[in-house]
Design a binder for this molecule. Structure first.
Ligand SMILES: [Fe+2]
Length: 193
C-alpha cells in the first residue's frame, strides 16, 4: 500500500550540523541525461555516498527505529541538490531504482512550503492531482513507498537551492506484521467462540 510518513528532527542536532557541513563541501554532478526520462524529466545534482559510510549506517539505524521498518537491502544514498527550477511540475515515481522505499531528508536551504515536495494521486479520469504538499524544513524526513508519485515543488514559486539526502532501499514494513497478527488474533478469537 502507498504510504507517506513525515518525521521531524530526524538526526540528533549535533550530527545534523556535521552532515550539513559535509553536504556543503562535497562535489555534485548532474544526473545522467539517459535516466532523466525515467524521472519525469525532473533534474537535479547528486553526490553518491560511499556504501557503509558512517552517515549511511546512522540513517539505516534511524530509519528502522523511526519508521518501524526492517531494511533488508540498501540500494544507495545520495546527497542531492535541486536548483530554483522554472519548469513545471515533473511528477514521477522512483520505481526505476528498484527499491521498495525512499527516505528523503531535508538538510539545507530556504525553509518554505514551495521548496518542498508534492505527492500526487490519480483521479478517476487518470489525471494527476497534487494531494500532499510537504514544505521544506531542516532535518525533516519523509518516508514513502517507491510507487508514490512525487516531485519537487520548487517550480511553484519562491523556490531556492535546496540540499537533501535521498535513500533508496528495500524494506519490510513491521506495521503489516502487526496488522496480520491482529487479523489472526481476531480470527482465532472467533474460532474459539
Ligand atoms: Fe524522486
Amino acid at each position: 500500500m502507498s504510504k507517506v510518513w513525515i518525521e521531524e528532527n530526524f538526526f540528533p542536532l549535533d550530527i545534523y550540523r556535521e552532515i550539513v557541513q559535509q553536504i556543503l563541501s562535497v562535489e555534485y554532478v548532474p544526473i545522467l541525461p539517459e535516466i532523466v526520462p525515467d524521472y519525469g524529466k525532473a533534474y537535479w545534482f547528486t553526490s553518491l555516498l560511499p556504501d557503509d559510510c558512517d552517515v549511511q549506517k546512522q540513517m539505516v539505524k534511524l530509519i528502522q527505529e523511526k519508521f518501524n521498518i526492517i531494511v533488508s537491502e540498501w540500494c544507495h544514498s545520495l546527497y542531492t541538490m535541486i536548483g530554483k527550477t522554472a519548469h513545471g511540475p515533473r511528477p514521477h515515481t522512483d520505481a526505476a531504482v528498484g527499491a521498495t522505499h525512499n527516505c528523503l531528508i531535508y538538510m539545507h536551504g530556504e525553509e518554505s512550503t514551495n521548496n518542498g515536495t508534492g505527492f500526487y494521486h490519480k483521479t478517476g479520469t487518470g489525471e494527476l492531482e497534487l494531494s500532499i504538499h510537504v514544505g521544506f524544513k531542516h532535518n525533516r524526513a519523509i518516508f514513502f513507498s517507491s510507487d508514490v508519485i512525487h516531485g519537487p515543488l520548487t517550480w511553484a514559486g519562491n523556490g531556492s537551492f535546496r540540499y537533501s539526502i535521498a535513500n533508496f532501499f528495500k524494506g519490510h514494513d513491521l506495521s503489516k506484521d502487526l496488522k496480520a497478527q491482529d487479523a489472526k488474533l481476531s480470527v482465532g478469537g472467533n474460532e474459539a467462540e
